[in-house]
Design a protein. Structure first.
Length: 299
């Protein structure tokens, strides 16, 4: 039995969390996938996968083997691509996800440039304020803000952003100075999470409980309210970078900003993956790294 087929079947089951889903992806029968994985386990003399009530999961030995197996497949794909010359021509479909405002402002321009450069490619975008599961939702490339939870994905760090407090110049001119988090109690606050009126804004070594006057469900709405001069909003630095540059908003409490959050481009492909994925990631990483708003805390 082909060892590469066994390894590919095991990796696919581990990523898809099930034999049926793996079979669909590999375009073979579930019984064939089961035979391939069973043959691999028999050859190695260890159990790599166990079934739970909802999914298939890897054992401790399976976790260890999975990383090596992915590396083997990536190297094989790289060799195939180099010989076939497929590296030169991106083609096929990509699905890309990012936080809503980040996607609109920073990812979408790269997507359209990419499509203009490579006529044989198509792209779907999922710009949502939640972490999309790359495997379960069939996503090729994701932008992640903050610490990475899934170490099984490949990641490239491209910048960093900070939580900032901002307001319109007119508001700051007409109200008392905001020199410390405690001063926020005397100001009109705009909060971006629906729920109770009570809210805590976290600062280094401090958790300031506050009562916002306005609670909204999206960051762009909070920014619009702040730009109108209504009050202070707390958002991520990249979300207000254009308005800071134009002087429509100003930052306060800059010396109390938390540690910045890293920005990563995360993807499922290994170094020998599809040309369309590698080319898009290279374009996206280059653009994000070159954007000053994504490199400095509080920019």
């Amino acid at each position: 039995m082909d060892q590469i087929q066994q390894i590919r079947a095991f990796v696919t089951v581990a990523e898809e969390l099930g034999f049926a889903a793996a079979a669909r992806r590999l375009q073979i029968s579930p019984a064939a996938v089961t035979r391939l994985v069973a043959g691999l386990e028999q050859r190695l003399g260890v159990t790599l996968l166990v079934r739970t009530t909802r999914h298939v999961r890897t054992t401790e030995a399976g976790d260890q083997y999975l990383e090596d197996a992915r590396r083997i497949l990536a190297q094989l794909e790289a060799a195939d691509a180099a010989v076939a010359g497929s590296v030169a021509t991106p083609q096929g479909h990509l699905t890309v996800t990012a936080p809503l405002l980040f996607g609109r402002h920073y990812v979408l321009p790269v997507v359209t440039d990419y499509l203009n450069c490579y006529s044989e490619t198509t792209v779907s975008t999922l710009f949502l304020d939640r972490n999309v599961n790359l495997v379960e939702e069939g996503v090729d490339v994701a932008v992640r803000l903050g610490a990475l939870a899934d170490s099984s994905m490949r990641a490239r760090r491209v910048g960093q952003v900070s939580m900032v407090v901002c307001a319109a110049p007119a508001y700051l001119r007409d109200h008392q100075p905001v020199k410390a988090p405690a001063d926020l109690a005397d100001h009109t606050l705009i909060h971006t999470t629906a729920g109770n009126n009570a809210v805590a804004w976290r600062f280094p070594e401090l958790r300031q409980r506050l009562k916002p006057r306005l609670t909204v469900t999206s960051n762009d709405t909070a920014i619009d309210a702040a730009r109108s001069g209504f009050g202070l909003a707390r958002v991520l630095s990249y979300q207000v970078a254009p308005f800071l540059e134009r002087g429509e908003l100003e930052l306060v409490l800059t010396s109390f900003q938390p540690e910045p959050w890293p920005i990563h481009v995360v993807h499922r492909e290994g170094p020998g993956g599809a040309a369309r994925t590698r080319t898009f990631i290279d374009m996206l990483a280059t653009e994000l790294k070159a954007n000053a708003a994504l490199q400095a805390p509080g920019s």
